[in-house]
Design a protein around this ligand. Structure first.
Ligand code: 9MR
Length: 672
């Protein structure tokens, strides 16, 4: 029996409990939200976070529910057959993309793109207008608690834990705020607790007496209203919880000199490997906790380097240069405080420049071998790769090795359409241009997902959800259908136990949202291939069974479904490939195509690159031996840029050097 291959053996950020086991009872008013998706690290220039690290694992976010019913519960929920969609309304329910969202040409020397003219979004959408709370929200007092009650708990005999004396709080910038959280349970015992939305720079500390304290010294940039959530955990039943939200109002004091002036900083850019004679860019961001813009000094700029101010971000300077010899470049960067020049922050950046010969891989290219067998063989592209120092070698190798590319993050709803009417098309436009230049098929990921949703969607009325979803699908396909022939229409709609997951979409439409999404996609892109994509569905177990049942229901309902995407985020000791092969056959028997969409094979402690190589080969064989398997796509290709980069799950290392997995894929692709 396979273990859950998606989850990490060592959890970095635990995913919350499986929602299907919990009845979410929202005591709060309809429309309030307590969840916040994490910022996507790929959204460099737009979201100001230009720290150049690889993606952290993020927990799935529980979606605030307005129901008192168990969502989903079972995939037996009826999907009506042969549904006919009503026409999309005119005027639309949500504002269409306006002309002011159209990308403009990126300035020279701000990207590594050379095969095409890169574009950029014309405007910045500041994070604070995405989720703006008003004085009226503050005056309204703390939000009502949200209670999560597991199915086996009777609130009549076990009351939920709660907090004593919670209220909204006010503080002046520069002052220290301390809020005590004292959970109680009428049934006795000491409830546990954990925070959510901890403000940057704040801490939530254990007082070792059953209470915890939020401590925060907000500064000038924090002026405004913030939400802080804390969840109390029942001492007897850990999944029995109450989540409370307080609001914190930060104001400017009349005497600004009472606010401490802290030193500035420069963002950390981790080491990169680049190729001699390639353009290199570094997006260098200075910061100051007091909100002023420090001066940037580059103490040792490389010869011929240019500096271009970022078009939207005063704090960002774009360094561009072309190293003409192999070397190790160390850039020493300094930020100088704008008020007190004696306050500085330092950072150094290492760029390893290798000769072209160091990037030559032995044997034939993977795409050449795959194309000869009519197989799509690909990777998921890093969003804004052209703003990374190594963007040139990254795209060169991707062009040489792959004939299909997936959009890793650039089409996700919260990035693409963060506010009604505002769209950030540039990242996907650039990717489409690159794919054309490299003769690659583009795989669109993903139209409908329960995660990465913008606040305006999460807070929308239930009755509007269908049109919000359909209009989004229509706009994305309207722009890209001609260039993107394959789409993940619905992503991850199933829980681990095979039931349908609660989500913004499920809440609005029930199980039908899946069918509706596919029908809208077919209508908006009649020629596209439309697939359902999920994780942990390839090996035997309740989730796989749930997926097979769901696919059958969709087929019975006449849903325009062409295939199933198997994510396959595995670990190197995975040993249930026989089950994967059997599941593939079941999908083929349903007359559906198979796509391996997000393969990566992590190496946990005690596992080896040899095991990883062997498993890559076995999964490739499972695809090659199955006539309905159309694509073999990894979720990235270099360990430098992987959502699990700590586990080196890909087949080139973080210096773009070949790993055993590359060679085993190459060997297998070359065999009969
Ligand atoms: O790799 C993606 C990572 O960069 C993002 O932070 C994360 C959240 O948007 O999504 C990752 O990709 C996920 C994909 O969209 C859906 N299947 C699971 C993937 C890994 O989490």
């Amino acid at each position: 029996m396979a273990m859950n291959a998606y989850r990490l053996p060592r959890v970095i950020v635990p995913r919350p409990a499986v929602l299907s086991a919990i009845i979410m009872i929202t005591v709060a008013a309809v429309g309030c939200s307590s969840s916040s998706d994490t910022t996507d690290p790929g959204t460099i220039a737009q979201n100001i976070d230009i720290e150049d690290g690889s993606d952290e694992l993020t927990p799935d976010q529980e979606v605030p529910s307005n129901d008192t019913q168990l969502p989903g519960g079972s995939t037996d929920t009826l999907i009506p057959a042969n549904l006919v969609l009503s026409p999309l309304p005119s005027p639309p329910l949500t504002p269409a993309p306006a002309e002011d969202s159209e990308p403009v040409r990126a300035e020279r020397n701000t990207t590594t793109a050379e095969a095409y003219f890169a574009v950029r979004d014309p405007q910045i959408i500041p994070a604070d207008i995405l989720d703006d709370l008003t004085d009226a929200d503050f005056e309204a007092g703390p939000l009502p608690a949200v209670i999560s009650t597991p199915a086996d708990v009777d609130p009549a005999t076990n009351t939920p834990p709660f907090f004593v004396d919670l209220d909204n709080v006010e503080v002046f910038a520069g002052q220290q705020l301390s809020v005590l959280f004292d959970p109680e349970d009428a049934d006795g015992g000491l409830p546990g607790m954990f925070p959510g939305n901890l403000p940057i720079g704040a801490s939530f500390d254990d007082n070792r007496n059953g209470t915890k304290s939020l401590t925060w010294r907000p500064l000038e940039p924090d002026v405004g209203i913030h939400e802080f959530t804390v969840t109390a955990v029942d001492p007897a039943v850990p999944l029995y919880r109450s989540t409370h939200t307080i609001r914190i109002k930060v104001s400017l004091p009349s005497d600004l000199s009472t606010i401490v002036n802290l030193p500035p900083s420069v963002n950390n850019i981790r080491p990169h490997t680049v190729q001699v004679d390639d353009p290199v860019v570094a997006y260098i961001k200075v910061g100051d906790p007091n909100g002023t813009i420090p001066t940037l000094n580059i103490l040792n700029p490389p010869p011929g380097a240019t500096l271009t101010p970022h078009p939207h971000e005063e704090a960002i300077t774009i360094l561009h240069f072309v190293p003409d010899a192999p070397q190790i470049i160390t850039l020493d960067l300094q930020a100088v405080d704008s008020v007190d020049p004696s306050l500085t922050g330092e950072q150094s950046v290492t760029i390893e420049v290798l000769p072209s010969s160091d990037f030559i891989r032995p044997g034939a290219r993977l795409r050449q071998l795959a194309s000869a067998r009519d197989l799509l063989f690909g990777y998921a592209v890093l969003q804004s790769y052209y703003e990374r120092p190594d963007g040139a070698i990254y795209t060169q190798i991707a062009g040489e090795e792959f004939n299909i590319v997936s959009t890793e993050n650039s089409l996700k709803f919260d990035f693409l359409n963060p506010m009604p009417g505002k769209f950030r098309w540039a990242a996907t436009d650039n990717l489409v241009q690159l794919a054309k230049a490299q003769r690659q098929t583009v795989h669109g990921h993903t139209l409908v997902w329960h995660r990465q949703l913008p606040p305006w969607v999460k807070r929308s009325a239930l009755a509007d959800r269908e049109l919000i979803m359909r209009e989004f699908i229509d706009r994305v396909l309207g722009r890209y259908a001609a260039d993107v022939p394959l789409w993940d229409v619905v992503n991850e709609s199933l829980e681990e136990d095979g039931t349908l997951r609660n989500s913004v979409w499920f809440e609005g439409m029930g199980a039908s949202y899946i069918d509706i999404a596919f029908r809208q996609a077919r209508e908006s892109a009649p020629d596209a291939t439309l697939i359902y994509n999920d994780y942990d569905i390839a090996f035997a177990g309740p989730k796989s069974d749930g997926m097979l049942a769901l696919m059958q229901q969709l087929k019975d309902a006449g849903t325009p479904l062409d295939g199933v995407g198997f994510q396959l985020h595995l670990f190197a000791d995975f040993d249930d490939v026989d089950e994967v092969i059997a599941t593939f056959q079941r999908i083929a028997d349903m007359d559906l195509d198979i796509y391996i969409t997000e393969l990566d094979i992590s190496i946990a402690d005690g596992q080896t690159e040899a095991q990883q190589a062997d498993l890559y080969e076995q999964i490739l064989s499972a695809c090659l031996d199955q006539p309905r398997c159309k694509a073999f796509q990894a979720w990235g290709y270099t360990d430098m840029y992987s959502w699990r980069s700590n586990f080196n799950p890909l087949f080139l290392d973080d210096r773009y050097q070949v790993k055993p997995a590359y060679l085993s894929l190459q060997k297998r692709l070359g065999e009969n």
